[in-house]
Design a binder for this molecule. Structure first.
Ligand SMILES: *[C@@H]1O[C@H](CO)[C@@H](O)[C@H](O)[C@H]1NC(C)=O
Length: 320
């Protein structure tokens, strides 16, 4: 009887992996230092840039319109997105033994899918906004009303949450008994599934369908909508079209840079490649930084508003 109990306990202990080991990106000290500087710079640049956008749009009454609310919300999403994996990665870069608890791993997966899914839907809302602004300019104010924007916002967060919860529901109860080493710098679903000690083929298929479909699907939709807008712009070619074109090219750049790595992750059938690790850096650090640079700091109204805000701040400091 006792033997049986202890055997069961042993098996129980065995089947509970309480933490995972992360291998990080590289062992070489030079590359680590380079990576450390690179990621720290990009992380601070994205956080500051996006924060400036949110503050400018919130504080400047001239920018209280749908387009800027969309941009500011994208900034909020981006700040969330790059804070999920980046801080831990930066802190861990020089550690010999990098670990993450089971709970921490689940948390990372939950938030990265929730926020990432939300961002995808939000990029579609932004494409729709540009579509209305360019193809139906006379109805812009009625179609993109504040209420509609709020609806988009709620919808995209709900879709992101559902997308993430559905996947997590299948994963939290998986048994992990043996290997617990991640060849990456954060927890992601495809790698986690490979560590489970049951047959996860169906689950892997589910993840591919769920994450692959949402990324490829929204990418295709976005590309189609941008082609549609481009055709409209060309048809009514006039003075404003080059401005519209440059705004559009910015959107398309962000969309390709954001979706490219993601689509590769979830639909590439060969799990042994190391390329995805490096592409992950791209999504974690570079894309959140692009929003301020591409969408906003090239925008004239935004620049004027920031200058106005700056001079206000200086003015207040002088009189106080
Ligand atoms: C996000 O969008 C909503 C809905 O348009 C808006 O009310 C809110 O102010 C936006 N958030 C920011 C930070 O601008």
């Amino acid at each position: 009887m006792l033997i049986l109990v202890s055997e069961a306990m042993g098996r129980l202990n065995h089947s509970v992996v309480s933490e995972f080991v992360l291998l990080g990106l590289t062992d070489s000290w030079e590359t680590q230092s380079l990576l450390f500087i690179f990621s720290l710079l990009f992380y601070f640049a994205s956080m500051t840039g996006n924060l400036v956008i949110v503050l400018t749009v919130t504080l400047d009454a001239h920018l209280h319109s749908s387009m800027y609310f969309l941009l500011a919300n994208l900034s909020v999403i981006d700040m969330g997105f790059c804070s999920i994996t980046a801080p831990k990665m930066i802190c861990d870069i020089f550690k010999k033994h990098k670990t993450i608890s089971f709970r921490g791993c689940m948390t990372q997966i939950f938030f990265s899918h929730a926020v990432g899914g939300t961002e995808m839907v939000w990029l579609m809302a932004m494409a729709f906004d540009r579509y209305v602004a360019i193809c139906k300019p006379l109805h812009y104010l009625t179609i993109m009303s504040p209420r509609v924007c709020l609806c988009f916002l709620v919808t995209s967060w709900i879709i992101g949450l559902i997308h993430s919860l559905v996947q997590l529901a299948f994963v939290v109860n998986l048994p992990f008994c043996g290997p617990n080493v991640f060849d990456s710098f954060y927890c992601d679903l495809p790698r986690l599934l490979r560590l489970a000690c049951t047959n996860t083929q169906e689950l892997e298929f589910m993840v591919t369908v769920n994450s692959g479909l949402i990324s490829v699907g929204s990418f295709v939709l976005l590309v189609i909508s941008y082609i549609f807008i481009l055709l409209t712009v060309q048809k009514h070619s006039s003075g404003g079209s080059s401005k519209a074109l440059s705004a559009l090219s910015a959107h398309v750049t962000v969309v390709i840079l954001f979706f490219g790595p993601l689509m590769f992750f979830y639909t590439w059938p060969f799990p042994t490649s190391h390329l995805d690790k490096y592409l992950a850096i791209f999504d974690a650090f570079v894309t959140p930084f692009l929003n301020p640079v591409i969408y906003t700091f090239r925008n004239k109204d935004m620049k004027v508003a920031m200058r106005r805000l700056c001079s206000h701040l200086v003015f207040y400091r002088k009189i106080s």
